[in-house]
Design a protein around this ligand. Structure first.
Ligand code: SF4
Length: 321
C-alpha cells in the first residue's frame, strides 16, 4: 500500500468582495468550501466539474500559491501553511504545477534552456556546470530535441510548448504535480500525446498528480481516482471504475450522461440540468445542488449533506444516498 503524500483537511479559500468608496468587504466568493481528500504516492487524482467550480483554486491553494482562508494541507506530513519562508522554499521543488496555457506561462524573452534551467539555478539544486546536462536530460525525456534549448517559446507549437512546461517541472525532480487543465488548449490528437507523456513519466518516476480538467474522458484515461466538484465543494470521490460505472450523486450522473459513447449502437439517456450554476458569492442553503437537482427533497434546502464514505472509499455528499 502506497504512503499518503498529500492530505487536505477542510480547506477553504474565500475571496472578499469589496464595494463602496472605502472598499469595504461586503461578502465573500466561496471558491473552495470545505474540501478534504488524500493523495497517495504515485497516484493520479482527477478533479472534474463545470468551469468556476473551484478546481484550479483548490490546486493553487494546496501549492500555497494562494493563501488559505481555513483548513490544513499536509505534504509529507508537514502542514505547508505552518512552514517558514525558508522551509517553504526548500519544499517548493517537490510541488510543481503545469499550466493550461503553456504560452503565457513561458517568458518569451528567454530561451527554452534558460526557462527550464531557471529554477535549478534559483534553488541551487545543481552546480552551474551541471545545469545544461540536467536541462538536456529533461527535454529529451519530454520528447524534444537537444537543439531546442537555444530556441524561443514562439518558435514552438502548442503541444511542444506544453512539453517545455512539463520539462520545467520535471527537471526539479518533483513528487507532486498539479496539472491544471494541461491539455484543454490543445488539439485532440496532441492531447493524447501529452496525456501519454504524463503517464510514462509517472511510471518512471512515481509522481503523484492532481489532474484538473472539465473533460471526463481525459480524466478517466489518466486518473486512478476521480473527485467531482460543484460550487467549491467535493460532492463525490471514488475509484475511477466505480465512479464511471456507479455514480451516486445526481450531479455526477448528469455530467456522465453528457459524455459521448464511442459506439453508435448504444444510447444513453442524457440528463439535462435545469438552470444556471448559482453564484459562489451567494450559494444555496443546505445542499448547494438543490436548485438544479431533479431528486431534491425538503431536507435538501435545509441541511448540508455530509461528505462521507458509503463503502470501499466511495465518498458522496447527498441526503438520498
Ligand atoms: Fe439532490 Fe438532495 Fe442529494 Fe443534494 S442532497 S444532490 S438536492 S438529492
Amino acid at each position: 500500500m502506497a504512503e499518503t503524500l498529500l492530505k487536505v483537511e477542510n480547506l477553504k479559500k474565500y475571496f472578499p468582495i469589496k464595494a463602496g468608496v472605502f472598499q469595504r468587504t461586503v461578502g465573500y466568493v466561496k471558491a473552495v468550501d470545505d474540501v478534504s481528500f488524500e493523495l497517495k504516492e504515485g497516484e493520479t487524482l482527477g478533479f472534474v466539474g463545470e468551469s468556476g467550480c473551484g478546481k484550479s483554486t483548490t490546486g493553487r491553494t494546496i501549492l500555497r500559491l494562494l493563501d488559505k482562508t481555513d483548513g490544513s494541507v499536509y505534504f509529507e506530513g508537514k502542514d505547508i501553511f505552518k512552514l517558514s519562508r525558508k522551509e517553504l522554499r526548500s519544499i517548493r521543488p517537490k510541488m510543481q504545477i503545469i499550466f493550461q496555457d503553456p504560452y503565457s506561462s513561458l517568458n518569451p524573452r528567454m530561451t527554452v534552456g534558460e526557462i527550464i534551467g531557471e529554477a535549478l539555478v534559483d534553488h541551487g539544486i545543481v552546480s552551474k556546470g551541471e545545469v545544461k546536462d540536467r536541462v538536456l536530460e529533461a527535454i529529451e525525456m519530454c520528447g524534444l530535441a537537444p537543439y531546442h534549448i537555444r530556441r524561443y517559446p514562439h518558435e514552438f507549437s502548442g503541444g511542444q510548448r506544453q512539453r517545455i512546461g512539463i520539462a520545467r517541472a520535471l527537471v526539479l525532480n518533483p513528487k507532486f504535480i498539479v496539472c491544471d487543465e494541461p491539455v484543454s488548449a490543445l488539439d485532440v490528437s496532441i492531447q493524447s500525446q501529452i496525456v501519454n507523456l504524463l503517464c510514462d513519466l509517472q511510471q518512471k518516476f512515481g509522481f503523484s498528480y492532481m489532474f484538473i480538467s472539465h473533460d471526463l474522458s481525459v480524466v478517466k484515461h489518466i486518473s486512478h481516482r476521480v473527485g467531482v466538484m460543484y460550487l467549491g465543494s467535493l460532492v463525490e470521490l471514488a475509484d475511477k471504475h466505480e465512479l464511471y460505472k456507479n455514480p451516486l450523486h445526481p450531479y455526477t450522473k448528469a455530467l456522465l450522461s453528457a459524455v459521448p459513447i464511442p459506439d453508435p449502437t448504444l444510447k444513453r439517456e442524457r440528463i439535462i440540468l435545469q438552470g444556471d450554476i448559482p453564484s459562489p458569492a451567494n450559494p444555496p442553503s443546505g445542499c448547494k445542488f438543490h436548485t438544479r437537482c431533479p431528486y431534491k427533497k425538503d431536507i435538501c434546502s435545509q441541511e448540508i449533506p455530509k461528505f462521507r464514505d458509503v463503502g470501499g472509499g466511495h465518498f458522496v455528499a447527498c441526503h438520498l444516498v
